[in-house]
Design a binder for this molecule. Structure first.
Ligand SMILES: Cc1cc2nc3c(=O)[nH]c(=O)nc-3n(C[C@H](O)[C@H](O)[C@H](O)COP(=O)(O)OP(=O)(O)OC[C@H]3O[C@@H](n4cnc5c(N)ncnc54)[C@H](O)[C@@H]3O)c2cc1C
Length: 503
């Protein structure tokens, strides 16, 4: 096992359960702790149960306050209740990466762990794999034979490079950067466990509130020059990237970065491989499929990878090739799905443009209202607003099922559903956002299309006439409460109106 992260320890526990005797080698001189915020989804929690570590897993979801504990800050510096990362379907568990690793570590007892050790050469023979290992401290090298090698050494895996080829063959570049670290203290004027999002075109600041720990921060931005980002002082670079976002939250986060004992600063990639194993060498976790942070599924899939490997080896005890084949067949659809949706979720993390920023805001605002209404209904409260019904500006819009594609770049709200868009290049980010409704998947905010083909088949199109709202022509969308009818609109507040952003 190469790598003492979530994937490596999950695989080690899984293999031991299948009767193997794992040995873990780890490059770092000691086991790392702490780390950034991670949302663990139901599939990850199930894998934790399967691996027998669930009882050791410490989660940190803040208690939900009636007014909400997630906020977004708009361009005028106004704070509004918003949907946060933990509001996603599946109700992820809030943890630090170190919490998962600590839980795994408790079950890894008895497994031999060699710290400060890396593989430098891997040669497969007929009965075993020969590995040339190097000790970082002394530089000493020695050869050893193993029945199988599991590369769990992260996105820039050495095992992958040695056995499967150079990074350029497998790492896809996302033209985005991240910086994640723990805040010493919460942003002034916010509650200790509050979460805050400031998502602007091409740059975003996230603060993840936790129940019993200071929040963690994530700075993320889009750039086309990745290499350039690694030169010079990181703090200065981030100050320059986020300059102009003169908000107390941004200031606090950047000031905290200067004082933080450590941080993670890296470019964003996905790993795409046609096969995750070759002979007796198999890759797991980020080394094999890095879905990346925007998907929010990296830790979940690493746990699942280890649990599934265990099951496959138990099912095929005498046939390694069959076990690895079955493991990959079982796991790949899950990974492919999350690699795809990561592109969409990226728009939620850091919008690609002013247009995407505005649409993100509208979409999440709609979902939040639907949720609020549902919760009010479930609590037996009065139904104050509904999103169903015609949604028009400046006057009611007749709708019909055409089955046809909407005109280029057009966005429409119909019966509480944000429907769109044509096939022009500008619409790419709209596609991303709208398809991200899978991510928000709510009763009245449904978008049933991801590709143009789907749009043509499935969209209930609004009439393609002068009543349509083309976001490209400076119009705005206004959500009408259906109970009062069009034109009887009460004051809905600014946040339900979408103004075309200035170019
Ligand atoms: C900012 C951020 C936020 C995230 N948020 C989420 C989230 O909300 N939900 C989620 O599910 N996932 C999230 N992820 C992703 C998740 O953290 C990773 O997918 C997961 O930790 C990957 O685990 P891994 O064990 O495959 O790799 P890693 O964590 O990279 O571990 C690899 C290990 O291998 C060691 N190693 C590397 N090279 C060698 C070598 N040559 N020899 C020996 N050892 C080596 C490393 O030191 C390390 O210990 C996030 C990631 C980031 C960066």
């Amino acid at each position: 096992m190469v790598g003492l992260g979530i994937a490596g320890m999950s695989a080690a526990i899984g293999l031991r359960r299948a009767g193997w005797t794992p040995v873990i080698v780890e490059r770092a001189p000691e086991r790392r702790t702490g780390g950034y915020f991670v949302g663990l989804f139901p599939e990850g929690l199930q894998a934790a149960v399967d691996l027998g570590i669930a009882d050791h897993l410490h989660t940190r979801n803040p208690e939900r306050r009636p007014g909400g504990n997630s906020w977004s800050v708009d361009r005028r510096g106004r704070r509004r209740p918003a949907l946060g990362f933990l509001d996603q379907p599946g109700e992820p568990a809030a943890v630090l990466r170190g919490d998962i690793e600590a839980a795994l570590w408790q079950s890894v007892t008895g497994v031999e762990v060699r710290l400060g050790t890396t593989p430098v050469a891997i040669t497969e023979g007929p009965a075993e794999v020969q590995v040339l290992l190097e000790e970082a401290g002394t530089g000493a090298r020695y050869r050893e034979g193993f029945d199988m090698i599991v590369g769990a050494d992260g996105m820039r895996s050495s095992v992958r490079r040695i056995v499967f080829g150079p990074d350029e063959d497998h790492l896809t570049t996302w033209n985005a950067m991240i910086c994640a670290f723990q805040l010493e203290e919460q942003v002034p004027s916010y509650e200790a466990s509050d979460s805050i999002t400031i998502a602007r075109a091409k740059r975003a600041v996230w603060v993840f509130g936790l129940a019993d720990h200071a929040p963690t921060a994530l700075l993320t931005y889009r750039t086309t020059d990745i290499q350039e980002q690694f030169g010079g002082s990181r703090v200065q670079r981030l100050r320059s990237v986020f300059s102009g976002m003169d908000d107390p939250v941004v200031r606090h986060v950047l000031d905290s970065l200067e004082k933080a004992p450590d941080h993670l600063f890296d470019s964003v990639h996905q790993v795409k491989m046609p096969r995750w194993s070759k002979g007796r060498v198999v890759l797991v976790g980020d080394a094999a499929w890095c879905v990346n942070l925007y998907s929010g599924m990296g830790a979940t899939s690493s746990l699942r990878g280890g649990a599934a490997l265990s099951a496959a080896l138990l099912e095929h005890p005498d046939d390694l090739a069959a076990a690895l084949g079955a493991w990959e067949v079982g796991l790949r659809p899950f990974i492919t799905k999350h690699q795809r949706t990561a592109r969409l979720k990226q728009q939620m993390f850091v919008p690609s443009s002013r247009r995407a920023e505005a649409l993100r805001s509208v979409l999440l605002g709609l979902v939040r209202r639907v949720r609020g209404r549902r919760q009010a209904t479930e609590a037996g409260g009065q139904r104050a607003w509904t999103l169903s019904g015609p949604v028009v500006h400046p006057r009611p819009m007749p709708t019909r099922r055409t089955g046809a594609c909407l005109p280029r770049g057009r966005c429409q709200v119909f019966q509480g559903a944000l429907l769109a868009v044509g096939e022009d290049h500008r619409a790419a980010e709209l596609h991303d956002l709208l398809a991200a409704a899978e991510f928000v998947d709510e009763e009245a905010v449904q978008v049933g299309h991801v590709t143009d083909a789907h749009v043509q088949q499935e969209v209930v199109a609004a009439r393609e006439d002068e009543h349509g709202h083309d976001l490209g022509h400076g119009q705005r969308l206004v959500v009408e409460p259906a109970d009062q009818g069009p034109g009887q609109r009460a004051d809905l507040g600014e946040d339900h109106r979408l103004h075309r952003p200035a170019q």
